[in-house]
Design a protein around this ligand. Structure first.
Ligand SMILES: Cc1cc2nc3c(=O)[nH]c(=O)nc-3n(C[C@H](O)[C@H](O)[C@H](O)COP(=O)(O)OP(=O)(O)OC[C@H]3O[C@@H](n4cnc5c(N)ncnc54)[C@H](O)[C@@H]3O)c2cc1C
Length: 414
């Protein structure tokens, strides 16, 4: 990373708004930017990158900085896998995205992707397994079906009672989330993209196009097109359109310290894992880069406002993961908590993403609804969003359309 790009990211991390002119002044960015992307999480960073690759002049704006600690993309690690049961669309996107993640990891100073493998396991032969295997066969993925004896042999550090089979994806693993987004934004800036730190007010326009966006300092920024990739903040920016279609929920994640010298929970011996648990999923990672063994309950937590969500873990959630570990990871169940993080999912009603035009303003694209599984798809989502913005794709995929987004939560994508 060059000195300039390092400084850009450090300024972003420190909340320095110095890139903008004085509050209250008006400034046209037309001529500088063809497209303004608001939100530098994983979806915004990849959207900006793909637009830049398509030759567009892009300004990327974020209120707090790329993958800051309260953004959904701001966590330590995110799983990438192609097991999606019947949802072949997400298996394909994950596979397509993996190539981009590996390439980014190869360019970065520190790894963005750890090929730890991913193991899903099941108490019974779920349709999810059969469907995932069919899709993977068609994609040519080397996914293995593991019987209980093989699970015990390969992963003796886990307790396998009640498990009927496993699905092992050797090519997938862990993405270092915050690092990945920050490296990508640094690359974008180095390649001539503009990053600005500013909070954008909920946009307003009376016609069929958005003419400009206003920062909280009162400055107007304008471009031909706009993409809003604001994760759990989307309902606040577009309360009429998304206030009842994106549901941010509180999610807690825990990291435990293995015993000194115990490498059974290192990436060399333990893959990323998820216990399907009849749809009530627990998942986690080995001790990546010494941060500790990670575990979380995938069930949606209470509804939260990302600006008010206190980031202190609850004793109930800690007790819940310890109870789970007693069952499946007994050697870790009483180990000390190394770290806990509180984040939020930004769920659509059924878990499908939103990548569609604003219903009134035809130069505005709305991108979000990552729904607890979006990170891995960042490259594919960005490519897709860029194609809609540049007009190389005329219509959104029906599953990503605004029209398909319900107002009642009924999670279907796992
Ligand atoms: C605990 C947890 C575990 C997860 N695990 C996985 C996993 O294992 N695998 C996986 O694939 N996915 C996972 N996800 C989901 C994934 O992390 C998210 O879907 C993804 O990061 C969403 O990215 P985003 O860019 O849409 O939103 P964000 O990362 O939240 O980015 C939105 C950005 O918009 C900015 N913004 C908002 N409002 C404004 C404004 N008014 N002006 C300027 N900027 C603004 C914010 O500051 C923020 O930086 C997990 C999520 C969580 C919380």
């Amino acid at each position: 990373m060059s000195a300039i790009t390092r400084r850009t990211i450090l300024m972003a991390g420190a909340g320095a708004g110095a890139v903008l002119t004085a509050p209250g002044s008006a400034r046209e960015t037309t001529g500088q930017a063809d497209i303004i992307v608001v939100g530098a999480g994983v979806f915004g960073a990849w959207t900006a990158t793909h637009l830049q690759r398509a030759g567009k002049k892009v300004t990327l704006v974020d209120a707090w900085g790329p993958a800051h600690s309260r953004a959904s993309s701001g966590g330590e690690s995110r799983m990438t896998r192609a097991a999606y049961g019947p949802d072949a669309i997400y298996a394909r996107m994950a596979w397509e995205s993996l190539a981009e993640w590996k390439a980014l990891s190869a360019r970065a100073e520190l790894p963005v992707f750890h090929r730890s493998g991913v193991l899903f396991f099941f108490g019974q032969e779920e349709p999810y397994v059969v469907q995932s295997l069919e899709v993977h066969r068609a994609l040519g993925l080397p996914t293995e079906r593991l019987e209980p004896a093989e699970l015990r042999r390969r992963f003796p550090q886990m307790a396998w009672d009640g498990v009927a089979l496993g699905l092992y994806e050797p090519d997938f693993g862990a993405l270092m989330a915050r690092r990945a987004v920050q490296v990508l934004v640094a690359e974008f800036v180095k390649a001539g993209g503009r990053y600005e730190q500013a909070a954008i007010a909920p946009p307003e326009a009376s016609g069929d196009r958005l003419g400009g966006i206003r920062t909280s300092g009162g400055e107007m920024l304008s471009a031909e097109h706009y993409a809003f990739t604001c994760g759990p903040w989307l309902p606040k920016l577009f309360p009429d359109v998304l206030g009842r279609r994106i549901f941010p929920t509180r999610q807690e994640v825990f990291f435990f310290a293995p015993e000194a010298g115990d490498d059974r929970f290192s990436p060399a011996h333990l893959p990323g894992w998820a216990d399907f648990n009849q749809g009530d999923i627990f998942y986690g990672f080995p001790d990546l880069e010494g941060r500790g063994f990670k575990i979380a309950h995938d069930a949606h937590g209470i509804a939260v406002d990302p600006d008010r969500n206190e980031r202190t873990h609850t004793p109930e959630a800690l007790a819940e993961v310890r109870a789970y570990m007693r069952r499946r990871f007994p050697a870790l169940a009483e180990r000390p908590l190394a770290e806990a993080r509180v984040c939020q999912y930004e769920n659509s009603a059924n878990g499908d993403f939103l990548i569609d035009r604003h219903p009134r303003w035809n130069n505005v694209l709305l991108v979000g609804g990552g729904s607890g599984h979006g990170f891995k798809h960042g490259p594919a989502v960005g490519r897709y969003a860029a194609a809609l913005l540049t007009g190389t794709l005329a219509r959104p995929e029906p599953r990503f359309s605004l029209a398909s987004k319900g107002e009642k939560e009924a999670r279907a994508v796992h």
